[in-house]
Design a protein around this ligand. Structure first.
Ligand code: KG4
Ligand code: ZN
Length: 389
């Protein structure tokens, strides 16, 4: 089946068309086309994502993205003539107006665009329901609902975190369960036992900042641009593990699977302040690079050790790592080296770096897993705090 997926949980407006086939034991996915419109440059001037701005941008972006992706996937036909308009009847247009009452920009753009194409050959629409920024989520959901109405297609609500896990299915699709999953993104840090797809037992989570959030905040302390993760990892390449800048490894010895990264961020802040008073000025580039390297190393070590501890207790057959921070090259290297050496029988599954950060392909993939389960809940609202259950 061909799934159109829509992702608007944060500051990326993303759409994807994925062709999915097979049963749970034998899946197959092909990306027909995918597009991501990042708002990072817009939000960077505020040092982080502003929900109302994100909402406005999604409303502006979605219809042009739809137009482009239908063309890319060769599903958009522009043959003029009255027949082409048959999927937007007068009654449907009236229903659309009622449904998008609170999304005037989307409505206007859709009313202009839809009559210019034929109904595309799609089988379902998957959309992120949460977690994320609710105003941003709502735009994607309203958009998906509008298309589902006009094209009479089933709507599959998807948990964004599940999408981050399902991103590893693009590539090798066979996963041996049980799996242990580590989700490390801008909003979440969670360790989860996955008995099978859609069967999750949370083991631990961050008690304060998420890993990606810590990267973003430390980047600000080091005067690096938003998003901080890519900026820190680039700078850290030039740094060394200077023992003078040793940082704490929070909750390493705690008797649970929880994390805490806000103390680590504060430790960086104090270190930077101390160095600034000592030198009575700004840090040198070498100092900043060394601190970036030490911060990144502290994060990787904590994550790796907690995963190793959970491996000992739960004996998983697969480790899945997902979320934006999984794009970090040094983390990928140390996880691959550390885990495959110590646990050669366990398979480590990292998403392709381009699919680690937010995208809609992962939403289509997770949507298909739900489709196969035959249990598709109705989508009545965005849920900013949606959990993996
Ligand atoms: O999964 P994601 O795209 O969005 C959320 O669901 O939150 O994750 C975004 C987070 C940001 O905090 C960003 O700084 C971080 O992932 N990130 C990275 C890297 N690329 C993105 N962190 C460390 N190293 C990277 N290369
Ligand atoms: Zn994400």
């Amino acid at each position: 089946m061909k799934i159109l997926a829509i992702e608007t949980s944060c500051d990326e407006s993303a759409v994807s068309i994925v062709e999915a086939e097979g049963e749970r034991k034998k899946l197959n996915f092909k990306i027909c086309a995918q597009l991501i419109s990042s708002q990072a440059a817009l939000h960077s001037q505020w040092g982080g994502v502003v929900p109302s701005l994100a909402k406005r941008e999604h409303a502006k972006n979605l219809v042009p993205l739809l137009e482009e992706i239908l063309l890319k996937a060769r599903l958009g036909h522009y043959e003029p003539g009255p027949k082409q308009k048959d999927h937007l009847t007068v009654e449907l247009a009236a229903q659309l107006r009622a449904q998008l009452e609170r999304e005037p920009e989307l409505l206007e753009r859709l009313l202009q665009f839809l009559p210019t194409i034929k109904k595309p050959k799609l089988d379902a629409i998957a959309v992120t329901q949460g977690p994320g920024l609710e105003p941003a989520l709502w735009v994607g959901i309203n958009f998906a609902k509008a298309l589902s109405l006009i094209w009479n297609l089933p709507l599959i609500p998807v948990n964004h975190l599940e999408g981050h896990l399902a991103a590893v299915l693009l590539g090798r699709t066979k996963i041996a369960f049980p799996a242990l999953a580590l989700i490390i993104s801008g909003g979440h840090t969670e360790l989860v036992l996955v008995k099978d797809w859609l069967d999750y037992t949370p083991l631990g989570a961050t008690r304060d900042d998420a890993v990606g959030e810590a990267f973003d905040k430390v980047a600000r302390i080091l005067s690096l641009p938003y998003p901080g993760g890519p900026a820190i990892s680039k700078l850290a390449i030039h740094g060394s593990l200077n023992p003078d800048y040793q940082l704490p490894r929070p909750m390493l010895k705690s008797d649970n699977y929880d994390f805490s990264f806000s103390g680590l961020k504060t430790a960086v802040l104090y270190l930077v302040k101390k160095l600034e008073t000592e030198t009575s000025g700004g840090l040198t580039n070498i100092q900043r690079a060394d601190i970036a390297r030490q911060f990144q190393q502290a994060v990787i070590e904590v994550l790796l050790l907690k995963v190793a501890k959970a491996i000992e207790q739960f004996q998983p057959r697969t480790i899945i790592v997902g979320g934006g921070v999984a794009a970090n090259e040094e983390l990928r290297r140390q996880f691959t080296e550390g885990l495959t050496k110590k646990y050669p029988a366990i398979s480590l599954r990292l998403p392709d770096s381009s699919l680690a950060t937010d995208n809609a392909t992962m939403i289509a993939t997770a949507g298909y897993l739900h489709w196969l389960s035959g249990n598709i809940p109705s989508l009545d609202r965005a849920d900013g705090n949606l959990r993996l259950a």
